[in-house]
Design a protein around this ligand. Sequence first.
Ligand code: TYD
Ligand code: MG
Length: 508
Amino acid sequence: MVSGMSIHVTRSGSVQASGRPPSGARARSGRTSFVCSGCGTSPPKWVGCCPGCGEWNTLKEVLVIVAPTAHSGEAVPMTQVPPTSFQAVPTGISELDRALGGGLVPGSVTLVGGEPGIGKSTLTLQLAAEQVRCGRSVLMVCAEESPIQVRGRAERLGGLHDDLLVTSVSSVEGIVDLVDRHSPDLLIVDSIQTVHLESTTGGGPGSTNQVRACAQRLVVEAKERGLTTVLVGHLTKDGSLAGPKVLEHVVDTVTDLAGDRHHALRLFRVSKHRFGPTDELGLFEMASAGLLPVDDPSGLFLADRSVGTSGSVVLPAMEGHRILLVELQALVARSTTPHPRRSSQGVDQRRLTLLLAVLERRVGLDLSGVDAYATAVGGVQVTEPGSDLPLALAVVSAATNRCMAAEVVACGEVGLGGEVRQVAGLERRLHEAHRLGFRRAILPASAPEPPEGMKAVRVATLEEAVAAVGLSTGPGGGRWDGIPDPPLNKLMEATSPLQGWSGLPHQA
Ligand code: TYD
Ligand code: MG
């Protein structure tokens, strides 16, 4: 039989730790849902055999939490609050579940932000399709597009199903009415900026007033009914939610879908999460069949890497809790203007400028007369401090036209004094780099031991790093084997403004 009630908080604030709640309290506090303790599947009704994993008697009844209202007059000792955590229900999309810490919690409200055209409607439609496939019903409010347009996309994404209802109703009152009539398990509103609350005056759809009022009303409905809700919100170019930031305070979970529209990669980040970890990352590739989960992102980034080109260094980057092997590239060219250009894509331009100054003052590399360009390959944004060392080495490699060996990674923060500092997660970064075939790492002096089969080249300063890359002895015969022959491009050397630079002694 049904057992294992995990948590029950009534609207008056009283708490019951276990067992079936009294029906009156249950009616007031929302509804129950059934979750398999084995695989997390949540069928709409209690059944003996889990439709997800086929196990018997694994379904537990979980009461959807309703927060106490403001007029609640009671306080509960912390020790009496049951320790059970919220049970997330898997969405069926692996990368979404990874980022959300298991899935969507029944009755929660999740905001999916992102620039126009990045793939929010695609992702939410895929989510809806997965939900109906698992036996749940979904109401999609597509106030931005007509149902005919949405059907076209649904055909491609496997979303043609009787339990997936679509509407272009744009008043929140109308949406609530539809929820009353159809009792969906999931409500998706695409987008919050295109719906309006009739009872709120002042401002049209998308205005601060309307976005706030609509979101607040939808959150109340979600909590009252235990209705899992996903709101789509457009982000402007500068990354803020169009309309107000107020949404972030109102919803339980704030996520965003980001990426370079000219690349296939999409990053799904969770920046606020009341029911799980933040800083998790889901990775997708935009393809003709929609957003496909990317299990091995490093392979994606390094697939077209041209080995044996100067100015290229690989960074084991950390995005949230995930390690991505990213190729950083630099190029220097003689400047034709009195104000040399510093340009970057995917790496912070101010950081590039700072590193050029450190290279000049601490390493002796004169870059004053050259244009410098830097990029992170694959449409990814690398903003973490660990990218300093590989980026600086990429600039040195580009300036000298010498390439690093393909098996080398570098990671470390560079200070203004030219010192190389420790960064977070080095051990995991090195394991991932080792897994992908990298055998040598340029690291801060205090770096942990690399995995067996990988050699750590520890450096205290950027100058030491440059020397280690260029001059230390090794099996290459007097020179470190990281630099293959020919070491210098004579043509470049003859015409380069870098001639006379004293940082790296020229090879015989
Ligand atoms: P969309 O989800 O409409 O973006 P948003 O809702 O964030 O504005 O999708 C944007 C782009 O994705 C669109 O230019 C077409 C592309 N796309 C694909 O490449 N493959 C697909 O299967 C789908 C549905 C869209
Ligand atoms: Mg859209």
